[in-house]
Design a protein around this ligand. Sequence first.
Ligand code: C2O
Ligand code: CU
Length: 590
Amino acid sequence: MKQRFARTAAVAFAWCLAVFAQVADYTLVAAPGSVTLGPGLTQQALVFNGQLPGPTLSATQGQVLRVRFVNQLSAPSSLHFHGINMQGGMDGVPGVTRPAVAPGQEFVYEFTVPDSGTFWYHPHVEDQMTSGLYGMVRVAPTNPSVDPPYDVDVPIILHDDTTHAGGFIGGMMNGTATGYVGHVLNGKTSLGQTPISVTQGQRVRFRFLNAAARSHYVVALDGHPMQVTHADGHRVNAITTSALPIGAGERWDAIVVMNNPGVWSLAASDIATRTTTLVRGVVAYAGSTAAVPSPTFVPANLSTGSLLSYAQLSGVSGTPPITSTPTRTYPMVIGSTMGGGMGGGAMTLTINGQAWPNVTPYNLTLNDSVQLNFSTSGMMAGMMYHPMHLHGHVYRLMGTAGGTSSPPKKDTLLIRPTGQVGNTASVQFIADNPGEWMFHCHDSEHQMMGMMNTFRYSADADADGLADDVDWDPLIPNPVLTIPETAAAFVPGGAGEILVQARPSTTVDLWLGFPSSTPTAFPPLGTLQIDGPYMYAGTAVSGVGLNAAFPYAVPNPFTLSGVRFGLQAVTWGPNGATPKFSSWHPITFW
Ligand code: C2O
Ligand code: CU
């Protein structure tokens, strides 16, 4: 697929932005690779574009983010954009929003980014995320003045190596190096860090992301307080703190005024053991000759400084208020049982007594206001931290400085062990995004032990005959292409079948597009473009179910050898009717 809207051109000239920057285009290739975490420490991992972490994606609020995802892993995969409330179908949960992307295949994720802030992406396949497949998404506001002023922004991404840490998930292969205890900052151990260079007087916006499988941290920058300005990407009234707890999946943006020249440790400890530095970055003022702090040094603000708490947060303008009469209220009791989960006899962790996949989804109706009351039950579940994440929606936290009129917004809520403040919590959200959406603990092990369910809408928002919770495009009243089983079937001369999701008893026509040096655009169809010549491929009639199986044979004229092609459109109606290009995103196979 050609990069038709060059981002570099778009950002070079502000006046171009309005005209050309409708699409931020990226390609992410997931593949096994080796990563060097620090001196003498090279390990096998799974990586995006050969990098750990994956590249930081940038977009502007309201822009279309289009990510061509290439799966070069040996297992099915997907891309989930954590915290971005795009329309359903692009949420990247295999089997829930779309079929998984088969090994060797591609899928183009394409959606409008509704909110500015700091988000992230990872496959919704836990052992892939924990093995190194994660990266940040940074979305600039349409109106820059909604953010406090800053000079530079610096992503700080924490991750844990679960195999090293003794987990069972099968993360990166174990390796040993001095002082390495299984945690990395921006993909490096403490000894592998390149100092972040700053100048005196600069306002540096750190974008903290905890992309760990299992670890929850406290982070602090020695010698400097931080002003927390965004919670999970959403603007909050600035709060000054010495240290910042960050649960798995959470993000905090914090501005630090660089007014204390030196070379400083940006250190992370475990959330429960603040007296040991697990990994640290280095912040170095230009011109400072101070020594680089030792990896084991524990800054005073890390071990004993004031900690940010959710109760301090208040949202900034425009947040829907907390209602005393929510349409639906669900208790969310986190507990445990012996047996009954995927693993048979093993312990399961439950939400309201249920463990995935033996769960009853929670129902939603469009525009409901929904309240969730979290608590833990019993010793086992009560000993642990549970970062509870909801897809497609944003929580408004109750019981904070924002009160009922300006609650802070977040998408991941860390429920703390019994006896700590934060062991119970309540949130509200507005059901404004039809589809079926995951709700789960972001501790990968807990998730695999059953802490997962979905919220689902069962109406038919786009009136296309497909209920919202099974419609892969719940807001687009068109048939949807799905992904065939193997890439090998998509070669010249190959044959197979394609699934098309469509209203029962509809005739569906399939068109194929082939690349050419002169892409053909179809302006009335939004972003849909056909690369080059396209051809009518055939027709199918869907049966009583939702999915029509679509036999095909890839033609093999002399010019096609080695050429890629894409499934680019389906139309419906009687065969021969005026084609309506309905595949709103192309799916491309090489
Ligand atoms: Cu980052 Cu379903 O999660
Ligand atoms: Cu949990």
